[in-house]
Design a protein around this ligand. Sequence first.
Ligand code: BGC
Length: 353
Amino acid sequence: MKKGLTILLILLMVLGISTFAFAAKKIGVAMPTQSLQRWNQDGANMKAQLEAEGYIVDLQYANNNVATQVSQIENMILGGCDILVIASIDGSSLGTVLKIAKEEGIPVIAYDRLIMETDAVSYYATFDNYMVGTIQGTYIKDVLNLDSRTADDPVYMEFFGGSPDDNNARYFFGGAWDVIKPYIDKGVVVVPSGQTEFEQIATLEWDSARAQARMDNLIAAHYSAGQRLDAVLCSNDSTALGVTNSLSGAGFDKNNFPYITGQDCDIANTKNIIAGYQSMSIFKDTRTLAAQVVKMIKAISEGKEPEINNTTDYHNGVKIVPTYLCEPVFADINNYKELLIDSGYYTPEQLGL
Ligand code: BGC
């Protein structure tokens, strides 16, 4: 009898310990908005991949509202999340809530966008933001043959950047600018609006309507008498969409449509690439980024160091955040099938094919 009780007790202890050891970890995933296609994919990929690994997921979207995102993160902390993954809306507005996370010992991974001005962010995973810009700039340099032109035969170009509260936006513009600037200095590239400072070309919230309104103004001021516009360097697809709508509305057509860059390979923009109204978009396979972040989460859960490949470039104002950079590539009319359809990212039907 006594022996039986002892065995029962041991059994209960073992069961208790193993339940504790294997208790599913809960991961809070805070995404900025559902209004842009990419974040829906990021969220869905994160949730699916984490659940496949046995994690419990609290996925929230904040409608691009900073206060909403802060309260969602507070609730994740109160709700017992063990690790937080955050794609911030305003990278500098999370210091207070993340102080609580730090006090609770909750590791924080900045997803795609760096979280600024806090020591509570543990890791950062993103696509190489500066490289995104250099690929866009190089694309324009190549298609317009900037190397073989002179100031007697310049090209005309405008710039559209991202949201000033998103730390990525300056990296994207910086990368593109570093490629194009030497040609501006030589007079080979002319920017008729004269707007080349980040503050002048930025687009709050990456909003298509704002980009469209600015392009409308530029057309009215500089291109309404049939002047040539050869390229519009847009940092991403939502800004490219606004610019394309504006140009189409103003009567630009296939005969004089400028080269337009983008980023994300959103469906609407990929359709524009196929139709000849956008030249390229950066392809950042959200499955790859999600997989990398899930790997980080697994390592942290097992008490190991996550894989990182950059320890120099991403200073958030308080510290250098250990980072994993994925490599972006560009899609255009020549390779979109292979990149986007053959890889299973989109079905032909989604692209109207
Ligand atoms: C992302 C881009 C995206 C933009 C707008 C950036 O932080 O890196 O992929 O286009 O936000 O959502």
